[in-house]
Design a protein around this ligand. Structure first.
Ligand SMILES: Nc1ncnc2c1ncn2[C@@H]1O[C@H](COP(=O)(O)OP(=O)(O)OP(=O)(O)O)[C@@H](O)[C@H]1O
Ligand SMILES: [Mg+2]
Length: 442
């Protein structure tokens, strides 16, 4: 071989080697290399076929996808099956020249408008194949030395293609990750928005609940005051009528004075009732040690009129001198709610004896039990009675907040537990409160 031929060969080789791997873009990388290869080797068509599983994670190993093909008008198919003949052929061979009309490889080499010439196939490591086409009708298209040189170039080309594929995967991964991050951040934003909305809604609910609870408590005050006042009001009205009668009959002024004193005494009692109730509903902020007996005395006093008018006997059983550290008024409010419920449960029940009984004992913690004989709570609703707004009373008769207020005071303020069941002839409520030491450190 002449020197200038060697020189020409080396130049072409150098030029081709240089053109490989200039770009990480698969198509551009193929284009850079194949343009030069086609020009230098006088080829009419070049295409790169890569196994599907190298491109798509779940791709078929035997499917070859057209990754590059120029000129376009030769391209007939974009996906072909890698036949066994082809695979077997390359066991130990560097390239495969095929006449355009070779029936054995027909399915692999049947581009558009090919009416003569020769195909040359090079394997691209285990990625796939490079398919070249020349119009020349000679199978020994490349000389042995050219094939040896090209083999090295093809290896480099295959490695560069692998680089492109990895890059492509990375780009897709990054895009997917970005998309996922974006979705996540949108999700987080909407989540934050939703949480904000929920918090506001729940705050509004709390405000409404508190307002209703206050109204319910007010309702109970008014109800109790009304009961406490009915009797003295009647007496006042009676005393006033007596005064009028005495005046008309010009009775002894001493009698009139007596009636006036009586009225004054009653109005003073009535005023005290209001003070008692207002004071009772002004919650205490300090924990204090109280005589449990006093708690029940106060409540019995407040509910006296109601209990009396419904003919209900309220009794309590407390160890003499038993004391506890608590928020007295809150505990009283709970008992007031529970006893009021019992009083209401007796409504429309004609019983010979209506009883509400309380018992307190200390068993490490304090156990307060309250039972009535008003018939109990239907089993199908017993689970729900502590829910806010749950009531079986007619509209306007109850808010359904009484027990939910009791539960939240017991749990949040007094750090205890409240439970209910039916026992004997009625409902049985049990409140468990912590020991003084636990309560003081809570
Ligand atoms: N001692 C009881 N016996 C029978 N049923 C009861 C008793 N205590 C409560 N209940 C039932 O539990 C329901 C809920 O009681 P809760 O005190 O929470 O609301 P309410 O009494 O209906 O309404 P409010 O307390 O606002 O007047 C009552 O409607 C009633 O059906
Ligand atoms: Mg109630």
């Amino acid at each position: 071989m002449k020197d200038d031929n060697i020189f020409k060969d080396l130049t072409v080789l150098y030029e081709m080697a240089l053109s490989i791997g200039q770009s990480l873009d698969l198509e551009k990388n193929c284009d850079n290399f194949l343009k030069i290869l086609m020009a230098r080797k006088n080829l009419s068509f070049a295409s790169v076929w890569i196994r599907e599983d190298k491109i798509i994670p779940q791709g078929e190993k035997n499917n070859l996808l057209l990754t590059y093909g120029k000129p376009r008008y030769f391209v007939r198919e974009r996906i072909i099956n890698e036949c066994e003949q082809l695979r077997d052929f390359f066991q130990g061979r560097k390239y495969l020249p095929i006449s355009y009309d070779n029936p054995y490889f027909r399915h692999f080499v049947h581009e558009n408008n090919i009416k003569g010439g020769t195909y040359v196939i090079f394997p691209l490591a285990d990625l796939g194949y490079l398919k070249l086409y020349t119009m020349q009708n000679q199978l020994r298209f490349f000389e042995e030395r050219e094939i040896n040189q090209l083999e090295k170039v093809m290896k480099k080309f295959a490695i560069s293609l692998e680089g492109c594929l990895s890059h492509q995967k990375l780009v897709i991964e990054i895009a997917e990750r970005k998309k996922a991050e974006q979705e996540l951040s949108t999700l987080n934003e909407t989540l934050a928005e939703k949480i904000e909305q929920e918090v506001t809604r729940s705050r509004q609910k709390d405000i409404i609940l508190q307002r209703h609870a206050r109204q319910a408590a007010m309702g109970e005050i008014i109800n109790s005051i009304a009961h406490q006042w009915r009797q003295p009001l009647n007496s006042i009205s009676l005393a006033a009528s007596n005064i009028l009668l005495d005046l008309e009959l010009e009775e002894d002024p001493e009698e009139i004075k007596k009636s006036c004193d009586f009225i004054l005494k009653l109005t003073e009692d009535m005023s005290n009732t209001i003070t008692d109730f207002m004071d009772f509903f002004r919650h205490d902020k300090e924990k204090s040690e109280v005589l449990i007996e006093d708690i029940f005395q106060d409540i019995a006093g407040m509910l006296q009129a109601q209990l009396f008018s419904h003919n209900i006997m309220f009794t309590w059983q407390v160890e003499a001198g038993l004391r506890m550290v608590t928020y007295k008024k809150e505990l009283q409010q709970i008992l007031l709610n529970l006893i009021t419920n019992s009083i209401q449960a007796f409504k429309d029940r004609s019983l010979l004896e209506k009883r509400v009984e309380a018992r307190v004992h200390k068993d490490g913690s304090y156990i307060i039990e309250l039972r009535d004989n008003a018939g109990g709570i239907p089993e199908e609703i017993i689970e729900k009675i502590f829910n806010p707004y749950f009531t079986t009373k007619e509209k306007g008769q109850g808010t359904g907040l009484g027990l939910s207020i009791c539960k939240s005071i017991v749990e949040d303020s007094l750090r205890g537990e409240i439970s209910v069941c039916n026992e004997g002839e009625g409902a049985f409520f049990r409140i468990k409160l912590p020991t003084d030491r636990d309560f003081l450190t809570a």
